[in-house]
Ligand binder design. Structure first.
Ligand SMILES: C[S@@+](CC[C@H](N)C(=O)[O-])C[C@H]1O[C@@H](n2cnc3c(N)ncnc32)[C@H](O)[C@@H]1O
Length: 275
């Protein structure tokens, strides 16, 4: 009788906690990871998930490869559209007024897939905020640990599926057709600075007014890792700055007390204090 690991989902239940990740977060998206695992097992000429488990146990350096295979890279423009409305209608105008020209408004998007999130922000800034505050200055830093995703983000060309939630008018203004793809115009691309960083090891320099940490830390990392990362993120937030999570993520309130819920439905949080 084989009492080992027979399926990809059983393998993930075993491997993800070893990598300080939470298997529940992968339930709906594990297809992407399982495909990569099967390809890796075929490269290693291993048959079955139990063999790959033993291989990992015997070859600790393989854990780094496994870790890289666990990245979920799904995203879209204007994902969680109501949150973007709140950001544009209320949060950014408040942040700009408070900055009062004394410092640029600084924003960080962590875990950016193909760049859909920082570019959504760039589009909204140019199309909505600059019309209200023509002199305001804005910085967007976009980080990801995956060099391939950063490369795709820099190219900034997308297929139609990426715009499912996006308002048609804004897409028409900001993108142009290149064959089957829609590519973002240079003026918006130039607003975003990219950097390769693993959020478990590195948090960008400086103080931020608005941080997007959507569908990464609270979704995929275990509680201990998430708390440690959010505490380090909190240290980089200006008092009164906002932190935005994905609509289906849970923030570890009890452990990160200096960041409080601001809008429960939209998963928007605020650092205590006023700058
Ligand atoms: C599911 S996507 C989320 C994209 C976007 N934030 C959104 O909500 O649409 C997660 C992204 O986080 C990146 N990522 C995963 N682990 C990471 C880590 N340890 N440090 C930095 N980025 C990471 C992945 O490469 C991927 O691009």
């Amino acid at each position: 009788m084989n009492d080992g690991i027979n399926s990809c989902s059983d393998f993930l239940k075993w491997a993800l906690p070893e990598l300080k990740m939470r298997p529940e977060g992968f339930r709906k998206v594990r297809k992407q990871v399982c495909k990569r695992l099967l390809k890796r097992m075929s490269e290693l000429n291993l048959h079955g998930f139990e063999s790959y488990r033993r291989f990992l146990q015997d070859n600790p350096t393989e854990w780094k490869v496994a870790d890289e295979m666990m990245r979920i890279t799904i995203s879209r423009f204007f994902r969680d559209r109501k949150t973007w409305e709140e950001v544009t209608d209320n949060l950014l105008p408040e942040i700009v007024r408070k900055a009062n020209g004394k410092h640029p408004v600084r924003c960080w998007c962590a875990g950016i897939a193909s760049g859909e999130e920082p570019y959504t922000l760039a589009i909204l800034w140019r199309e909505k905020i600059l019309r209200q505050f023509p002199n305001a200055s804005f910085e967007i830093l976009a980080t990801d640990s995956d060099p391939h995703m950063l490369e795709r983000a820099r190219m900034a060309c997308y297929n139609k599926g990426s715009f499912k939630e996006a308002p048609a008018g804004l897409v028409a203004r900001a993108f142009h057709r290149e064959g089957p793809l829609w590519c973002l115009d240079k003026a918006y691309r130039e607003m975003v600075r990219f950097s390769r960083q693993d959020i478990r090891e590195e948090i960008p320099e400086g103080i931020f007014d608005l941080i997007f940490c959507k569908n990464i830390v609270a979704m995929y990392f275990n509680k201990e890792s998430a708390v440690s990362i959010f505490k380090r993120i909190s240290a980089r937030m200006r008092p009164g700055a906002y932190l935005i999570l994905g609509n289906h993520e849970e923030f570890p309130h009890d452990e990160v007390g200096e960041i409080r819920e601001f809008n429960r439905g939209l998963n928007i949080f605020r650092k205590i204090g006023n700058s």
